[in-house]
Design a protein. Structure first.
Length: 103
């Protein structure tokens, strides 16, 4: 077995989501249900994420991802349609010893 299924208490812990499309929106809904302190990094947001943002459900960093964005994050999720960006996010999180999920 290469992966271990986990249950993680995310209440008030910083979770960074890189991406603003449909996959990211599904991840955001789950993170918000878990009461994570969600930060979304993306130049744009899909309609669902835009509505959630307008309801002050999360912090939005409007722009491109930089490794400094994930400092002090408890969990990082890369949910973009760019495999090389997802890989960069993963390696950045790994170098900071932060849990990371891609996709």
């Amino acid at each position: 077995m290469e992966y271990l299924p986990l249950f993680v208490d995310l209440r008030s812990r910083k979770a960074v989501l890189v991406g603003g499309g449909d996959v990211a929106a599904r991840k955001a809904e789950l993170l918000l249900k878990a009461n994570a302190a969600l930060v979304v990094i993306s130049p744009t947001l899909n309609p669902l994420l835009q509505r959630l943002y307008e309801q002050n459900a999360f912090e939005w960093i409007k722009g491109e991802y930089h490794s400094a964005h994930i400092e002090k994050a408890y969990l990082v999720i890369a949910a973009t349609d760019n495999p090389s960006l997802n890989e960069k996010v993963f390696h950045d999180a790994e170098s900071q010893h932060t849990l990371c999920k891609c996709g």
